[in-house]
Design a protein around this ligand. Structure first.
Ligand SMILES: [Zn+2]
Ligand SMILES: [Zn+2]
Length: 191
């Protein structure tokens, strides 16, 4: 867009004057400006994300500096939105994922029948959790959310996994895969 020059004004000066005027308007009409920008973004969402993806890929390919600065930009973004916001967003997503798992495994501990959502964990039935995690990548990274995500993507398999409350899980992990509840049940059945 060409900016009209005043007499005796260079094009650069005219451009700056115009930009300053726009900036002043944005400051005085903050709400209107944000509303307009949101509406525009909403309207152009699809094109925009595609455009941004392409632009970012192009820059990445062309500029090693851009690639290197990616971390700096990510850090800046984290600072801008705030740790608290990210933590909250993360927690909400984790919670959702865990709720899906809870539903998929029948809403109760496979051993004692406890139904407290917050007690629930996933147990590797054959006790090969560490081995399994290793086959799926860096074992230290493959915990919590990553593990739940993998379970979901695998359709919450039941053959080698069961949902247990923390008590039964701990008991099985530390007691050759047997929970005291099972022993009690066996005794009650035979006695
Ligand atoms: Zn239990
Ligand atoms: Zn148990």
């Amino acid at each position: 867009m060409a900016t009209r020059c005043r007499p005796g004004e260079t094009e650069e000066e005219a451009r700056r004057r115009h930009a300053a005027r726009q900036k002043l308007w944005r400051e005085n009409n903050r709400e209107k400006y944000l509303q307009g920008r949101r509406a525009w973004t909403e309207k152009n969402r699809e094109h925009l994300s595609e455009y941004e993806r392409l632009r970012s890929a192009k820059r990445r390919a062309e500029s090693p500096e851009y690639r290197q600065n990616a971390n700096v930009r990510a850090e800046r973004w984290r600072e801008k939105v705030g740790d608290e916001y990210l933590r909250q967003q993360n927690n909400e997503r984790n919670q959702e994922l865990k709720l899906e798992m809870f539903e998929a495994y029948g809403r109760k501990c496979a051993c004692c029948g406890d139904t407290h959502f917050r007690f629930m964990t996933i147990h590797h039935v054959n006790g090969d959790g560490a081995v399994h995690r290793k086959t799926l990548g860096n074992p230290r990274q493959f915990t919590g959310r990553r593990f739940y995500k993998w379970l979901k993507d695998s359709g919450f398999p039941k053959d080698n996994f069961e949902m247990l409350c923390a008590n039964c899980h701990l008991a099985k992990e530390s007691g050759d895969g047997i929970c005291p509840h099972q022993i009690e049940r066996a005794q009650a059945a035979s006695g």
